[in-house]
Design a protein around this ligand. Structure first.
Ligand code: AHR
Length: 511
């Protein structure tokens, strides 16, 4: 491949990354909670039943905010079921995932777990089968200090101090026919605005995310965002986006190009948000909460095709085993998020453990890192700071990305540069380059012209690369795919030179 050129100027920036950009998601789904973060019988479990081996990996992954309790699950959830003495908690049918929910683990346990993991809790309220009244009561239970029945109930349950949860999601994927009590945009806009008003009357310090449509390929996309914001604009800070990249078609170049469609999706949502602002003559800007994103396709089923007889507790569902190719597409998604740091102010990798997750566990056994663990951990550790506006001169390729919805086969054309890159300057002047070589067979000679940087020492250079794009990490071979040193990175004057292996994710740190 010919040389690929990048130009970076210190201080020419897209925006600063919000700490909440590096979040993840714990849903009552499969073995994410039970057998994932919580397994009282596990040899490493503490007195509260939290697996310490999982906690150690979560700290290494470094998610900054954690969404809970769903997802589709939240649209049938009674928050009251998950608080108070465990022996009294009801068992319920979970219609989202065809399972039995024991409610052994609930909101207070989740808050405790977040404190131990060093992550901020993000809670979703049920705007499916419940509504504004349950939402404001849930908030009062969590955040009101004392002196009301609900706040004193929390204290009686053993949590004296208010939880102080700041970030709340107004339901989940409310346009999806698979959602319990899905709604039209008008219906959702109305319930969301009334819920938002009441919640902010309970606690004006909170921030709220309204549901965007549940994917760019939804027939509702676009008009949904506009209608919802026409109702909620003055009452919410964020609108949500969800994307799961896929390789159903077995077309790896198209799969690796698909994060560019995430860029388009973000830019389209920003345009819609800002056009509503313009109509309202408002200087306010609605920020984006990309509160579900990942690669997911092998274990994905339409609702009609899901069978799970017997309403099991914590069945092993959605346990996607990620490959090297998945880690590359995933890395591309990380770059998309970083490069929109001016408007994407929160994002959640869906999900955290076992369920389409960077961390896998065996019940009673070990925990290990999937391939996607590494790009996320590197982004969270080194992506904090000012994202620079990179000028990139790279050869490109054309692809058709297959992203079906229900019975419909949808194809999206995309022209992708072989190099996808984000550059983040930290507060000490250090610089990190996240670089994806999407060429499957050719190494990429890359030069980066650095203007205005004072500290240009190479601190570290790592590549995630494996000759077999189908390679995975498993219980018995947990280290098959892991970052290794990227050799041959050099700096001469203001020019950095590196050769990126074919089909590789690379992190080069200067400072
Ligand atoms: O993350 C898995 C599921 O994907 C979530 O429950 C839902 O919101 C989305 O459709």
């Amino acid at each position: 491949m010919r040389d690929v050129h990048v130009r970076l100027h210190a201080g020419v920036a897209i925006g600063d990354t919000d700490p909440r950009l590096f979040g993840a998601f714990v849903e009552h789904l499969g073995r994410c909670v039970y057998g994932g973060i919580y397994e009282p019988e596990h040899p490493t479990a503490d007195a509260r039943g939290f697996r310490q081996d999982v906690l150690a990996l979560v700290r290494e992954l470094a998610p900054t905010i954690m969404r809970y309790p769903g997802g589709n699950f939240v649209s049938g959830y009674n928050w009251e079921d998950g608080v108070g003495p465990v022996a009294n908690r009801p068992k319920r049918l979970d219609l989202a995932w065809l399972s039995t929910e024991t409610n052994e683990f609930g909101t207070n346990e989740f808050i405790d777990w977040c404190r131990l993991a060093g992550t901020e809790p993000m809670l979703a309220v049920n705007l499916g089968t419940r509504g504004a009244d349950a939402a404001r009561q849930f908030l009062e239970y969590c955040n009101h200090p004392h002196g009301t029945t609900l706040s004193d109930l929390r204290r009686a349950h053993g949590w004296d101090a208010p939880h102080g949860v700041k970030f709340w999601c107004l339901g989940n994927e409310m346009d999806g026919p698979w959602q319990m009590h899905a709604r039209t945009a008008e219906e959702y806009g109305r319930i969301a605005v009334e819920t938002a008003k009441m919640m902010k009357w309970v606690d004006p310090s909170i921030e709220l995310a309204a549901c965007g449509s549940s994917g760019r390929n939804m027939p509702t996309f676009g008009t949904w965002e506009r209608t919802v914001l026409e109702h909620c604009f003055d009452h919410v800070e964020y609108i949500s986006l969800h994307t799961y990249l896929n390789n159903y078609a077995g077309d790896i170049p198209a799969f690796l190009a698909s994060p560019d469609l995430m860029d388009t999706f973000i830019e389209e949502v920003v345009s819609i948000d800002d056009s509503v602002a313009a109509e309202k003559r408002s200087a306010k800007r609605i920020m984006l909460s990309f509160d579900e994103w990942n690669v997911w396709y092998r274990t994905r089923r339409n609702r009609a095709d899901r069978t799970l007889p017997g309403w099991p507790v914590a069945p092993p569902i959605l346990e996607e085993v990620y490959s090297m190719a998945d880690a590359l597409a995933f890395g591309g998604a990380c770059i998309s998020l970083l490069n929109h740091a001016d408007r994407v102010k929160a994002a959640c990798l869906a999900q955290l453990v076992n369920v389409i997750a960077p961390i896998m566990t065996e019940d009673g056994g070990p925990a290990w890192r999937q391939t996607i663990f590494y790009p996320f951990a590197q982004m969270s550790h080194f992506g904090r700071g000012r994202v620079l506006r990179a000028e990139i001169d790279s050869p490109v390729y054309d692809a058709r990305y297959f992203d079906p919805r229900g019975e419909q086969d949808l194809y999206f054309p995309v022209t992708a540069a072989f190099l996808k890159l984000a550059a983040v300057q930290d507060q000490n002047g250090g610089l990190t380059l996240f670089a994806l070589n999407r060429h499957l067979t050719e190494p990429m000679p890359m030069t980066v012209a650095l203007t205005g940087f004072t500290n240009k020492t190479i601190r570290a250079a790592r590549a995630l690369h494996h000759p077999d794009l189908h390679a995975t990490n498993t219980r018995d071979a947990p280290d098959t795919v892991r970052p290794t040193a990227l050799d041959g990175v050099s700096i001469a004057g203001d020019t950095l030179r590196a050769t990126l292996p074919p089909a590789s994710w690379n992190v080069i740190r200067l400072g």
